[in-house]
Design a binder for this molecule. Sequence first.
Ligand code: NMX
Ligand code: MLT
Length: 540
Amino acid sequence: MSYLRADKRGGGTKPSLFLKHRRSLFLSSPQTSVFLFSLVFSFRRRAKGGDLQQSVAFKNHAFSKCAMVFLRGVSALSRLRSRLNQQSSLCDSVRWLQTQSSSDLDLHSQLKELIPEQQERLKKLKSEHGKVQLGNITVDMVLGGMRGMTGLLWETSLLDPEEGIRFRGLSIPECQKLLPAAKPDGEPLPEGLLWLLLTGKVPSKAQVDALSQELRGRAVVPDYVFKAIDALPVSAHPMTQFGTGVMALQVQSEFQKAYEKGIPKSKYWEPTYEDALSLIARVPLVASYVYQRIYKDGKFIAVDNSLDYGGNFSQMLGFNCPQMQELMRLYITIHSDHEGGNVSAHTGHLVGSALSDPYLCFAAALNGLAGPLHGLANQEVLLWIKSVVDECGENISKEQLKDYVWKTLNGGKVVPGFGHGVLRKTDPRYTCQREFALKHLPEDPLFQLVSKLYEVVPPILTELGKVKNPWPNVDAHSGVLLNHFGLTEARYYTVLFGVSRSIGICSQLIWDRALGLPLERPKSVTTDWLENYCNKAKAT
Ligand code: NMX
Ligand code: MLT
């Protein structure tokens, strides 16, 4: 098993539930007992032979696996129990299972219940409404990057041009209000968003805590991943190093192994789920390694078992300030998903349609995210803002700023952080970051410069006459927040975007497999074909 080779750069968590109730577990069913005995036996054998750190990583991972098996077993037993209605004959351990944990806390069990319903819904939609038209495709759309062409099914979020993103129907302010937080009135925990994206339901704090624990248990990265990154020059772009690490993680793909063994189509979603959750759990370790390698002393900071996903990522980057941890929670939540047509999400989905595993899909998605018109814009924004300061100082007047914007445009460049392929108003992800800044860093000079840009840039872009959306997008704001708390290295920013986007892309991939979505293969045509088609259409 791949985790046997895990090294010290892993996290893991102590499954206190498992330790406390292991006796009941061993007694709960013959299959569970056999599985647990063999796991414990193999762990003991390993612990004798291997070094201590390997044993600890393995033990943590093995215990988390047990806890997962345990929760799934609980769910199966609960359902069996209701069917047979044999309340009195169930042993103590089963009664404990029902009252203490149940399938409510296990995301996998929740999905298992939801998937058949959704499969039915899609089947019905196809058979009853398969021929309903969703609009006309025009030549402009074909030549214009497919803007406005509806052509993808994406369950986890939907983008409205005026309102912005809704995650499973919830706007960003609604998520901030409804999703569990690390502290009262705090920012949403990204694990909560992951639960929401996958199930369509707002999770309880207990569900989010269980998911945090599961992710920590999966946060183990083999040494060869770090060695693959180490093979690159330190000067390689952080996104190149991050993408290389993600590709190396692919060696652990459960989907690839299951497919090689001939798993039936109806079960594809299960190893996809395993890969997706492991990938989400592991990318912060790879990302923080890249950060430490390029900008710090290369020391690896381990997972802290007392922290959630966002808090942990912040501390692994070396930032322990509570405000930075809150920022990271907000950052990961809002960058996670932006419906299916954006370059990174669409790439992940397209590659996944060939049944490539989640690691391959996500690595491909990252390469799209690394483009300056997409995720790399967050790097470009801070570098551009710093160039403004270098040339004109922090207290630049609005008139000077206007001149600088025109200089950029006249130089044939875009103003980074403004405009959007779909949005036609200020991005709500910009707005919530602005609110965060007003609360935590109102006096920051770069934040004040960003505020001035909000006044200066839109009228200029409107004056250009061709820009469809002159308003700021998510990337216009994120850099100054990170910079304020000491994460000043702009070239690293797109890696943070990437860590967050793993949540959206992987969530949808699970549903792609659960719904049996087909190979994506749109039709393309040549200019000749288009001209002939249009001439014929004109003649008739
Ligand atoms: N600065 C200068 N020109 C712009 C800008 C801008 N911020 N936004 C759009 N335009 C230009 C665009 O280049 C195009 O020019 P041309 O016809 O000469 O090729 C024209 O306006 C029409 O473009 P739109 O239809 O408004 O925008 P489109 O959907 O093609 O592109 C972006 C959307 C986001 C690529 C574009 O607005 C842009 O380049 N923005 C700056 C980069 C950026 O912030 N990207 C991040 C997007 C969010 N994300 O994280 O991915
Ligand atoms: C995103 O978050 O993916 C960007 O805003 C780009 C997009 O939605 O097209």
